[in-house]
Design a protein around this ligand. Structure first.
Ligand code: ASP
Ligand code: MG
Length: 405
């Protein structure tokens, strides 16, 4: 007997057949004696459809109305799933984010959770009813409906698991777990049976699309055990938990890649104190996440600064830095959108030197030029030509022996 939060992604509840399959699974868990709380995403690609509808009528996309609109997707899914769970013979009640006690800030389209007060969820459980909660939503301190952002249902599930003290949070998707690399690129990629919070956080920060990075951060901060698994095969997936201290850690656990960044270079920048501060403060004020900052050694008192920004922020960043160029006395600013990041991640890297060297050798053997490098204690990332990133992922997956158990 366990207390579980089970989150179902959009494809898992994509049509009535899928909803019935999920309802049967939930009902089986309840019959076997588990306490089950369900969190559900909008059906299929419904969130995208709602965003497109909004684009058709509004260029301003006012936040309050956008959140009212988007959260309707999860509302529909939760009501349908509840009906199907009833049909499977188990009583169930749907709850909006607000009804489930998710209090958020007022930042529409990307609200942050301030507090979870799961009183009604606990009461439903005590009465033997399955609470089914709409994912990615809450109510703001101004009493308006809020949306937690894309992929926010994972965060709803983790936050709820923490708030009710669940034994685990199961994230059901259309893949069977977390893989050593994207299986579409590396057919030999393997499902990991377990991975640490730190490693998965690095993976989601460098291109692994699921679960959402924010949910992994939340789980890591509050030590919520995650189980990433499939709602299609129902097999055991990947457990995400704390590192076991005396266990030997794999030196490299996974290779990730990310095509979502672009490179910017400010050329001919005077090499004096305050320049980097000026540039990156201005970018931070735009709320842009900058990464992989490289400053060349100065030559005759001038240097180049390169860094990466998300593709969809590039135009705003170019405009801003373009204005700063004159003020800084720099030569100019340029950008490159044809880049990709490839990363190797593994907790065992902390105590095993040579991972970066092996990575660079593997790329060098393929004649792939490394444009930028960044590292953390458990990750090495290289920026390479986007056209060659798949080759790089395949070669690194082989070089670090990730296909073998
Ligand atoms: N349905 C929302 C989205 O597609 C929230 C979620 O699924 O996590 O982003
Ligand atoms: Mg979704």
């Amino acid at each position: 007997m366990a207390l579980l939060v089970q989150k179902f992604g959009g494809t898992a509840v994509g049509d009535p057949d899928r909803i019935r399959a999920v309802a049967d699974h939930v009902a089986r868990g309840v019959r076997s004696g588990d306490g089950v709380v369900v969190v559900v995403s909008a059906m299929g690609r419904e969130t995208d459809d709602l965003l497109r509808l909004a684009d058709g009528v509004s260029s301003a996309r006012p936040g309050r109305e956008m959140d009212m609109l988007i959260t309707a997707g999860e509302r529909k899914a939760m009501a349908l799933l509840c009906m199907a769970i009833h049909e499977a013979g188990v009583p169930a009640d749907s709850f909006t984010g607000s009804q489930a006690g998710f209090l958020t800030d007022t930042n529409h389209m990307n609200a942050r959770i301030l507090e979870v007060r799961p009183d009604r969820i606990r009461a439903a459980l005590d009465e033997g009813r399955v609470p089914v909660v709409g994912g990615s939503q809450g109510v703001s301190t101004d009493n308006d409906v809020t949306f937690l952002g894309r992929g926010g249902s994972d965060t709803t599930a983790v936050a709820l698991a923490h708030a009710i003290g669940a034994d685990a949070c199961e994230l059901y998707t259309d893949v069977t777990g977390v893989f050593t690399a994207d299986p579409r690129i590396v057919p030999a990629a393997r499902r990991l049976s377990r991975i640490s919070f730190d490693e998965l956080l690095e993976m989601t920060a460098t291109g692994c699309p699921k679960p959402s990075m924010r949910s992994v951060e939340y789980a890591r901060a509050h030590r919520v055990r995650l189980h990433v698994r499939s709602a299609f095969t129902w097999q055991e997936g990947t457990w995400v938990e704390e590192e076991v201290p005396d266990m030997e850690q794999a030196i490299v656990s996974a290779v990730t890649h990310d095509l979502s960044e672009a490179k910017m270079t400010i050329a001919g920048v005077p090499d004096r104190p305050g320049v980097a501060a000026r540039v990156f403060r201005a970018l931070a004020d735009l709320e842009v996440s900058v990464d992989m900052i490289v400053q060349n050694t100065s030559d005759h008192g001038v240097t180049d600064i390169s860094f990466t920004v998300p593709h969809d922020e590039l135009d705003r960043c170019l405009a801003l830095v373009g204005e700063l160029v004159a003020e800084l006395g720099a030569a100019g600013v340029s950008s490159d959108t044809g880049i990709a990041r490839v990363s190797v991640i593994g907790a065992g890297m902390r105590t095993n030197p040579g991972v970066a060297a092996s990575m660079f050798e593997t790329l060098s053997d393929l004649g792939i030029n490394i444009q930028m490098i960044s590292t953390s204690a458990i990750r090495v990332s290289c920026m390479v030509d986007a056209d060659r990133v798949e080759e790089a992922v395949q070669a690194l997956h082989g070089a670090f022996g990730l296909a073998e158990v």
